[in-house]
Design a protein. Structure first.
Length: 191
């Protein structure tokens, strides 16, 4: 099936000077989406189908523009297109290829149940919440995104040396640092 949202979404991405969100794109395409989604469909399914059409268009665009020297990052709150000057960095992550495979398979559009949609939404929000916790943990250790595990351990050791109650530090601060370290430990083991 040819996705009619590709043209307006591609035009929108080309004129953007900053990232947009999935919600921005759904709102942009709202009128087109109304004509694509059937009548008398459960509200949860409507939300899923709107998301599906937009994601399908994004993954088709992502695939097409790679050969033209561009890359498209697709995250729910961070969608943007940039020139890709280094061809060696254009490889997609496993997450990207798994999601692309799902959203490019048109049979997934109508074969989903309300219960499955609810499970997908729950899973999304749990993962989204985990991202917030990782960012807070990095902030606690005064680190930024993209640091490696060695840097996390070094920052943790430095903070603990100062905040440990046996060294004259505050117990609450020590616990907060330890929780941040545990959160990052779990996060880094998963990836």
């Amino acid at each position: 099936m040819n996705n009619p949202l590709i043209i307006p979404i591609l035009a929108y991405l080309k004129e953007q000077n900053c990232a947009c969100s999935l919600v921005d794109l759904v709102n942009l395409c709202d009128q087109d989406l109304l004509s694509l989604i059937g009548k008398d469909v459960d509200y949860q399914i409507v939300i899923f189908q709107k998301n599906f059409f937009v994601m399908n268009a994004l993954y088709q665009i992502q695939s097409d523009i790679q050969t033209e020297g561009f890359s498209l990052t697709i995250l729910p709150l961070d969608i943007f297109m940039v020139p890709n000057h280094d061809k060696s960095k254009s490889a997609l992550t496993k997450r990207d290829t798994d999601l692309a495979s799902y959203y490019l398979n048109w049979s997934n559009l109508n074969s989903i149940t309300t219960e499955e949609v609810e499970a997908l939404f729950t899973n999304f929000w749990q993962k989204y919440s985990a991202v917030d916790k990782v960012e807070a943990a990095l902030s606690t250790l005064e680190l930024t995104q993209g640091v490696d595990w060695f840097e996390v351990r070094q920052a943790y050791k430095k903070k603990v040396a100062i905040s440990h109650p046996d060294k004259g530090g505050c117990a609450e601060s020590f616990i907060e640092i330890r929780e941040a370290y545990e959160m990052l430990s779990f996060s880094y083991r998963r990836t």
